[in-house]
Design a protein around this ligand. Sequence first.
Ligand code: GAL
Length: 904
Amino acid sequence: MGYTPPLSCISLPLCYLFLFLFLSYVHIEASPLKLTREATTVSSRQRLSVSNDWKFFRSETNPDQISYDKRPNLPSTSNTESLKAWILPSGNQFIKDPAKRYSRPTSSQRTNVTYAQNGFDDSKWETVSLPHDWAIQGPFYRDDSVPVKGGMGRLPIHGVGWYRRKLSVSVEDKSKLMYLDIDGAMSYAMVWVNEILVGGWPYGYNSFRLDLTPYLKEGHDNLLAIRLDNPTDSSRWYPGGGIYRNVWITKVEKVHVGQWGTFITSRNVSKKSATIDFIIQVENEDDIAQEVNVATDVHVFDAKSGRAGEKVAEFPRAVVTIGGNQHLQAKGTTELNNPKLWGPYSTQHPNLYIAITRLSANNETFDTYETQFGIRSITYDGDKGLLVNDEHVEIQGVNQHHDLGALGAAFNIRAAERQLEVLQELGCNAIRMSHNPPSPELLELTDRMGFLVVDEIFDVWERSKTSADFSLIFPEWHEPDLRAFIRRDRNHPSIIVWSVGNEVGEQYTDVSGASIAQTLNDMVYEEDPTRPTTASMNYAKPYMPFPRALDILSLNYQGEGIRDAPAYSHLSGIKTPPLYPDFHRTFPEKLLWASESAASLSTRGTYIFPVTRGISAPVNDTSGGNSKYLHVSSYELYSADFGASPDKVFSAQDHNPFVAGEFVWSGWDYLGEPTPYYSARSSYFGIIDLAGFKKDRFYLYQARWRPDLRMAHILPHWTWPGREGKVTPVHVFSSADEAELFINGKPQGKKKKGNYEYRFRWDDVLYEAGEISVVTYKKGSEWAKASVRTAGPAMGLRVNADRMDINGDGKDLAYLTVEIVDEEGNIVPEADNEVMFSVSGPGEIVATDNGNPTDFTSFISQTRKAFSGKVLVIVRASPGEAGEITVMASAVELKSVKVKIAAH
Ligand code: GAL
């Protein structure tokens, strides 16, 4: 039995409903329309990037005696003035009940704030470009009595930051509306224009819009000043600090399509046809009524080039009369023959369409609005799992935090795309956005690349996890945040479910917790009746009220069991047997998956002996861990106390075939949360390390997720001077079913994968220098081979660039991996030589990294030690300059290397 969406309808106050139900479609060739994200100008709508020329200043303490609200850990709380009353009205559009909306205080316009004043001299402030993360360059905090500890990444995220910039408004723009669109600012954003406090948005992960029109003066330079306040202890991971996503000015006519003003859904979807429903929100901010023609055409969308292709359908044209200061919704339906369906990588294709809406009067188009969307059907089935376009798709997913490693939280499209590319190579087809709304561009990438997405909004509700987290503002902001989040994201075909929470404390509060879940779900259904909801459970049990409120059952670790295997029995803490069968028995109709699985730990390229003979063990100093060097062994058998190795998780999944799949914790390493060693800076959970280098675990997942790929991977490395004659287990990850290991040509025995076994292991091998090699077989035929050789002394550097050509737009990036190699080109596996980088030509070094969670060198340093033989440098072309960028890497006594990257 599958999920049936609840019957409820989007409703907005002050709206007329125009329903045009005749079906139509036409086929004409349209000339391609260039759609770029930068400064898109179509008819009179303009979306202008406001990324350069910001002046920036940050103070670790509150420099201006104001704050959003009194907070438990804010210094000198008693003297600070709360400006919450000016900020709350910014969420009004997303509060359904008009009686609950906020009025702007009339007592004062809050003009007396020093850093928002025209006369304030900001010339000594730093000049920055957006997206900007004020904390990422460090320095790292090292000890225990520091303001930001391991959990939040040991970087200076805290304090108050001010950004100031001039905005010029031309006289021709007099009649227009000017909106400020901020994709994300961390956190408690407050915005002043010409000294007047306009509004703001506390939650740092949501996107928001403010209407600047009443405060701007045309023909003048206007002062835009933004204050952010980022408390310590606001998060369980690295949040970043600053305006870390893009900022736009959107200019429109008084009558225009509203913010996130379209909603496109499809039904009766098959390869032959699909019915597409369209809702458009038209807004009139003028006092007089207007008659408006609304026309929407559907084109094929080529996401790579950003171009609209052939027109394939149109919605019925509508003429609507919209009263002064009114908002209305127009609705339409059309039918599309032979739709190109959106489906996930790698079994289906992520085809996209774009709806181009034109508002016109007297034959003149005055607003053009574009909506990218996809057509697909999804069935959520308790027994069969997830069906996309009637085909079963096993969820091979990962959890991803929002940071981009060495770039911090500052969003960069190429950095995000690179993360997704490596995940696709892994065989990953799904991402859980843990635990907050992602940047809008990331969802464009998941649409385009064919990832299934769990779009998640909250890590906490009313019950806090850290002292200054979202629970402080949940009462007033959960509704505006939740509705804004869904309105922004609901046209993305990649999103398959809305997650309203992760491991919230309300799992423990019986019916009262479940009733909050229900309240949030009801809001979700009102905003999007087509998708189910979920919330992740690491505690709630099938007999409790909490899971009853959810459409999809998302288990964190409980499916495979928590601390239930023998190796974990000595640990204190909650012990949970594997709960997949119980949940399925209690809710046979609900789709069930692991929204977090494994929590395996490892440090790339580091192996610690002896190796457990079991299939899963918690880390400690006698079991895969080294608390002196803060390393976890890469035999990929060790986990957090509450976690399990991948092998144990796979077995639990295979024993319970109704489980729809898993989201591994985590895909990439991320900043903060360095379990089990909180004096480190970044996590050990990733399948891929923070620099983007693959851990051994990568191949364990790849072997399972890409069974048709001929691959075999051997661990550990084979350079162990001093281990001669000592037991040095060899494990092989392969998509084969049989394997034979050789040491210096001597056979070590053939192994077959047994039922519920996921690796080949030779646990009694005695080390001798030379070469280990493996030959694998599938169904009796040779499948894939691999070998590893003992490396000699380091002789030189080798460089690989992910791309040799990049855009000279100041944003695109080249990622260069430098390896320390011996004379024969073998990587020297434990090499930690210091590598110096330099660049000539029209480019610059943005950051370096090596994936070592204990490396406290600033990410902007141009000198960095290699770690386990590798180091990364990230290079960007200077904006607007073309030419050849030469990147040089050198290290004492090693042969240096150069590579040339072309910037266009
Ligand atoms: C989960 C939590 C994640 C992360 C993970 C690993 O319990 O939901 O956010 O903390 O554990 O520690």
